[in-house]
Design a protein around this ligand. Structure first.
Ligand code: KG4
Ligand code: ZN
Length: 337
């Protein structure tokens, strides 16, 4: 079964054709990074406008690269939640129009479910159940993935997401957008023991995260140094900060693995591209757990992961009609469409 998948939840306009959830026939991404860079972050209104301008050509290129026409695809998958509402609406309305005009089923895809599915493409042998750490710009979850379409959130952030925290810290350090990815590169030459940060625990919820205190702490270090006229070694500060964020993530994840008796651990989302997180997960899982990391090219937002998850949603009967709407927020474990 060939699915044409569309993704527009944030600042990438993306489309792909994926066969049977695992084989990527094409994967086209039009990134808006350069434009948002001027503002130090994603400007939602600009993102929506660029999606509107780009979506037709991105979808047409995805079909052409796959050697397909609209007739050759069996269904249209689209990210409908969560994300920037104006951005999501562009993809959803385009997919609705396409589904109606070519007479193919419309499959609504939850954005975090698709991040997890990036691993089905990278690892053809991977099947649920498994434990997943989903870390993106807007979410930080530990999820018990019971099947392709059944999820249980067992840990979540109480405030900022890990990606948001890394982006804000990078911005405070003067590191250009996209902060998380650039800070990862700059911090490679730094000493991760140069600065210390608090390790927040959420009372009575040991698997939950809290990143806002870490963010405040790094901003205070920078302000104090500026007031005293002291120089800050950004690679050292970045390396120390990334280590603290990664320790919060991996401590809770390993704890969750022990509690749930998981055998397989799967990382997902934009932050799973982080080099320190990847190497720490490899070290911690070693011979205890089978670790699955998404290919670096599939960590960020892309259409292929949407096409993969859409296949499993279709098999579960999750098919939408012309009343499908986008939603800025939506739990991964309780879809409505
Ligand atoms: O999944 P994603 O592409 O978009 C959302 O769904 O939010 O994740 C974006 C997040 C951003 O916060 C970005 O800074 C972070 O992923 N990110 C990274 C790296 N690459 C992207 N964070 C740390 N290290 C990286 N190498
Ligand atoms: Zn994402």
């Amino acid at each position: 079964m060939k699915i044409l998948a569309i993704e527009s939840s944030c600042d990438e306009t993306a489309a792909a054709v994926v066969e049977d959830g695992r084989t990527v026939l094409s994967n086209v991404i039009s990134s808006q990074v350069e434009e948002h860079k001027i503002y130090g972050g994603v400007v939602p209104e600009i993102a929506s406008r660029r999606h509107t301008e780009n979506i037709s050509s991105v979808v047409e290129k995805a079909l052409a690269d796959a050697g397909c026409s609209y007739e050759d695809v069996d269904a249209i998958g689209v990210t409908y939640a969560p994300g920037l509402i104006g951005a999501l609406l562009v993809g959803v309305n385009f997919a609705k129009g396409l589904s109606y005009s070519v007479g193919k089923p419309l499959i609504p895809v939850h954005h975090l479910r698709s991040h997890i599915a990036a691993n089905y493409i990278t690892h053809p042998d991977l099947k649920p159940p498994f434990l997943s750490l989903v870390v993106s710009g807007g979410h930080s979850h530990i999820i018990n993935v019971k099947s392709y379409t059944e999820f249980e959130i067992i840990g979540k952030t109480r405030d900022d997401a890990a990606g948001e925290c890394l982006d804000k810290a990078a911005r405070a350090m003067g590191v250009p957008y996209p902060g998380g990815a650039n800070l990862d590169k700059i911090a490679k030459s730094g000493n991760n023991k140069s600065y210390s940060f608090p390790h927040p625990h959420v009372e009575n919820a040991p698997l939950d995260f809290s990143f806002s205190g870490l963010k405040t702490s790094v901003i205070n270090i920078i302000h104090n140094a500026n007031q005293k006229g002291e120089d800050i070694n950004i690679p050292d500060l970045g390396a120390s900060f990334i280590s603290s964020v990664v320790k919060c993530l991996t401590d809770n994840l390993m704890n969750a693995a022990k509690i749930t008796g998981a055998e397989k651990i799967v990382a997902a989302g934009g932050v799973s591209a982080n080099s320190v997180l990847r190497s720490e997960l490899q070290r911690l899982c070693a011979d205890k757990y089978k670790l699955y990391l998404p290919d670096l090219s599939l960590c960020g937002d892309n259409g292929a992961m949407v096409g993969s998850q859409a296949y499993y949603e279709y098999l579960s009967g999750n098919i939408a009609n012309e009343s499908l709407n986008a939603a800025a927020t939506m739990r991964i474990d309780n879809l409505s469409f």
